[in-house]
Ligand binder design. Sequence first.
Ligand code: PLP
Length: 401
Amino acid sequence: MIQTSVLEIPASYLFSDIGKQVAAYQASHPDKRVIRMGIGDVTRPLPRVCIDALHKATDEMASADTLRGYGPDQGYEFLRDAIARNEYQSRGATIYPDEIFVSDGAKSDSANIQELFDVDSIVGVTDPVYPVYVDSNAMAGRLGHYLNGDWTRLVTFPCTEENGFVASPPRKEVSLIYLCFPNNPTGATASASQLKAWVDYALDHRAVILYDAAYRAYITNPDIPRSIYEIEGARECAIEFGSFSKTAGFTGLRCSWTVVPKDLRIDNASLHALWARRQATKFNGTPYIVQRAAEAIYTEEGKAQVERVIGYYMENAARIRGALEALGLTASGGVNAPYVWLKCPDDQSSWAFFDRLLNEAQVIGTPGSGFGACGEGYFRLTAFGSHEDTIEAMDRLRKIL
Ligand code: PLP
């Protein structure tokens, strides 16, 4: 009755294990203040333009003349237009509003997209990886069996210090390729030539790239692509996920988008038509008021407010990376990305370093091994805290390392 692979999926212990260890530590050291540098959630308030747009849209719901019920399947045109213009066309990428599907999260869309593909498709992911791509395919029965800590039908692309945490396309045949840049957890970004190699691979092998650009707004270097569609050929082989979560603090409000270009055809089928059909059946839209709030970030005022919040987090990222490097540690990320990825000192394991930071400095990060085998020996710190906490955490690290 129950699908075997659903039974085989290992429980997701990472954040619950961290939570348990922190709770146990706090119980025995109630006088110590723990600083959380492991959070992947935002902490700054929503931009003022979003709050104003929410109030205005809410007032519209109070009158029969302006009430909005079910919205258009793909999202309101005002938002799809704003996304196409500001996220793509302004950067020279050809994406049209009717190729954009507004949704409630890059998590749900990146987990659901696999429904369009054959259960025999070979899936490839980077290691370390955002676990949603693996687990959603495992739940669909596409990854074989879970034996000795690995899925038998999953291909992984190791991301190591040697390749700067950006893998090259494999020699093996893979048909569904998940890429995420700027990367969670490593904070790595991919250059245009690195992305071109993946696009060429996908075109040669008739593979589809599923490109997660949830952290695109953190890229300030104009030479680094924010979108896979800045690469020639990507319209024929890539689907992209974007999100307002980390750009504008929408983790609690929920709004995202998925781009499925009309040029993307596999086995003579239009993936745009298939995704439209899937969404029309299973999704009933992001709330009108939330789509209005998302639209507001594309006004001049909105852009300035978003830039300020991102600048705030990036100050933390620079401070973390600078402090680690001054201590002689090997750290990457934290530039064009809100995550800093550090090599644990003295060849410590990820969990041993976690214990050390918790017990000696009362600083919490995320053990890299929780994101895949290649993450062992690494540790993730995030820039989403307050300036005060980030400064204090780095002072504490300086004292113990
Ligand atoms: N993709 C990546 C790589 C993430 O790290 C996250 C959140 O942490 C998400 C997607 C989720 O985005 P959303 O809030 O839009 O569901």
